[in-house]
Design a protein around this ligand. Structure first.
Ligand code: IPE
Ligand code: IPE
Ligand code: MG
Length: 609
């Protein structure tokens, strides 16, 4: 229903949804030549340090790559500082610490004279990264500079996780911010941990020669015990049958960890391909370790370029296709000081700096609607996610994921046009009839949206309407927290209907009235409409002026029967994931031309849409 944006190479300073491949890294880094050079250096550093990581980053949407380079280059610089073979361990540790402290200073100032830190500071400001979670990882790198040995796998794992997981989490946050989340279902967390372990063990084996040269032996003693003599042989850097057997055992273990069951199920298809490809490349790396023999103790083995390309080429095609499904969001650059503030929220305080909604990717602006013609309250039945996905050969969950991006768009449009109330039908009491996987994805996405979604610091007061007794407790807690956190905001009131049914709402209202009557607070035969309205779960919710349903269905599916009793109805054929803010503006424009009579006589002039 919409033309593909042609002009997405927008300046960095404007928040812009973008499509994969249409925004180049240099467009992203704006007119500032210093910053552009800094990102280029980060890219080079990543490529030189780790070509496989560089190749994986190339699978990410173009808008996210500079941020990934900046993060990876920073991790590489720290690694290098910790690994300088000709420098005293204490001095190496001091250098890592000095770099870390300089980063803290640069983040507060909002710029850096060091190019890698400069790019990282820009990335943190732009994507609202809270880099404080990296402190632990950087401290681990410092320890790394002092020499290492592990007794058992648990100790090894703790060290690995401290060093790697915070960086991976930053990348996940980037994808989330861009609207291509990598959510991890609770029941998939164990797979995720195994995946991280597999990545770490692959690294440990690949870098064996470098580590040994520096006096580190990162293979835990517990693993070496089953191969008598292996530890001593490795320390002396001698390739013996014991070392060969140990290595084969460890590559097999790493392969098992990397081939865990579907950790990526339920993720955005693009994100899932990136992770699956990373696992495939690591398995190739393990093949190279297996094939290396004695040279494993001389230099890090590398798989052949041809083998890597066999994995990467199809992945490039598939990711390009997958990212094209989703308009991604490039947030506007913001001052670093605001980031520092946002990274330190109180448990319920709303101390986030509010920002305006990002503009439409083509620069579209809302129409002018006379105040008297503006609806006060628009309610939307966001229908068609499943059919949208099925038409494209995707699973229904993918439709919901892209549907979430459409919801962001429409909310941005509501803020821009100055709408006071927007109510979205997100999950009905009848939707529990669906496949549990689909239900779980929808509820997890809503949860994720509340906790980390890109709407957090817009001027939106969030409300929730629906049954409280069947939703997961952590979701209910998050909904209540968000209501409390945003209660003093004065912009748009956004009500999300989750496990909602209109009949259920009216039934609860009737029960509340009955209770009031039995308490003597109302007299049954005097009950009027106002009494009913006062006992609704949200008595302050205004009547719906415009009820819009997408997805080519003409029914209201038990949505807001009390509030929408006199609403103007508006049905559109498009599936919800294809909608953007211009469709909301169009709906409001059409509404503004309708005649609302509320039972009065037909006016002389008639307008239809
Ligand atoms: C609406 O899309 C979203 C929810 C009900 C959660 P659907 O999932 O109903 O999509 P269709 O109607 O099957 O296409
Ligand atoms: C209505 O959509 C509920 C939501 C949009 C959340 P459905 O797709 O579930 O509605 P019916 O059952 O087809 O009317
Ligand atoms: Mg439907």
């Amino acid at each position: 229903m919409r033309t593909n944006p042609q002009s997405t190479a927008a300046p960095l300073e404007t928040a812009t949804p973008a499509r994969h491949g249409r925004v180049t890294a240099s467009a992203l880094t704006s007119e500032d030549p210093v910053l552009r050079a800094a990102y280029r250096l980060c890219r080079r550093t990543t490529r030189v340090h780790d070509p496989a990581i560089h190749a994986i980053i190339q699978l990410a949407p173009a808008v996210l790559r500079p941020a990934c380079w900046a993060l990876w280059a920073a991790a590489s610089v720290l690694d290098d500082l910790a690994d300088q073979p000709d420098v005293e361990p204490a001095l190496r540790a001091a250098r890592v610490e000095a770099w870390t402290k300089a980063l803290a200073h640069d983040l507060a100032v909002g710029a850096s004279t060091d190019p890698v830190r400069n790019a990282l500071v820009d990335t943190a400001a732009r994507w609202r990264l809270d880099l404080s979670s990296l402190h632990g990882a950087m401290a681990t790198t410092r320890e790394d500079a002092r020499g290492l040995r592990f007794t058992d796998w648990a100790q090894w794992r703790t060290w690995c996780n401290q060093g790697l997981v915070p960086w991976v989490e930053q990348v996940r946050h980037l994808f989330d911010q861009a609207g291509a989340p990598m959510p991890l279902r609770l029941d998939r967390q164990a797979d995720y941990r195994r995946f991280i372990d597999g990545a770490q063990l692959t690294d440990t084996l690949t870098d064996l020669s470098i580590d040994l040269a520096q006096g580190h032996l990162l293979v835990p003693r517990e693993a070496m015990e089953s191969f008598p003599g292996a530890e001593a042989d490795l320390t002396r850097r001698r390739w013996t049958p014991a070392v060969a057997a140990l290595t084969a055992d460890l590559t097999a273990l790493a392969r098992r960890w990397l081939t865990g069951p579907a950790m990526t199920r339920g993720m955005h298809p693009g994100a899932a391909i990136v992770l699956d490809t990373a696992a495939a490349l690591m398995r190739l790396q393990l093949d190279a370790v297996d094939a290396a023999g004695p040279t494993l103790l001389a230099r890090p083995p590398r798989p052949s370029a041809a083998a890597r390309l066999r994995v990467l080429l199809p992945a490039r095609l598939r990711t390009a296709l997958a990212w094209n499904l989703t308009p991604l969001t490039v947030p506007a650059a913001r001052p670093a000081a605001a980031v520092v503030k946002a990274s330190d929220p109180g448990p319920t305080a709303d101390d986030t700096a509010l920002r305006p909604p990002p503009p439409h990717r083509d620069g579209a602006r809302p129409p002018h609607i006379a105040a008297a013609k503006m609806p006060d309250h628009v309610a939307i039945i966001m229908d068609g996610n499943g059919r949208w996905a099925q038409q494209r050969g995707l699973v229904r969950q993918d439709g919901h994921r892209v549907g979430a991006a459409a919801a962001h768009e429409v909310i941005h449009g509501a803020l821009e046009i100055g709408l006071r109330h927007l109510t979205l039908y997100a999950f009905s009491t009848e939707n529990w009839k669906r496949d549990p996987e689909e239900v779980a994805t929808i509820l997890e996405m809503i949860h994720h949206e509340l906790v980390e979604g890109p709407l957090r610091d817009l001027d939106i007061r969030k409300r929730w309407s629906g049954r409280p007794d069947r939703l997961p407790q952590d979701l209910v807690d998050a909904l209540v927290r968000e209501e409390r956190r945003t209660r003093n905001r004065t912009g748009l009131t956004l009500t999300m209907c989750i496990d909602y049914s209109g009949r259920d709402e009216i039934t609860r209202t009737a029960a509340a009235l009955a209770q009031a009557a039995s308490d003597g607070d109302v007299v049954p035969f005097l009950v009027g409409r106002d009494d009913v309205a006062r006992h609704l779960p949200h008595p302050d919710m205004p009547d719906v002026d415009l009820l819009w349903r997408t997805g080519n269905e003409q029914r209201t599916s038990d949505f807001l029967p009390w509030h929408a009793a006199y609403a103007e109805l508006y049905f559109t054929p498009d599936f919800w994931p294809d909608v953007d803010r211009r469709d909301l503006w169009q709906a409001i424009t059409k509404y503004s031309r309708r005649q609302r009579r509320y039972g009065a006589a037909t006016p002389t002039q008639n307008t239809t849409d």
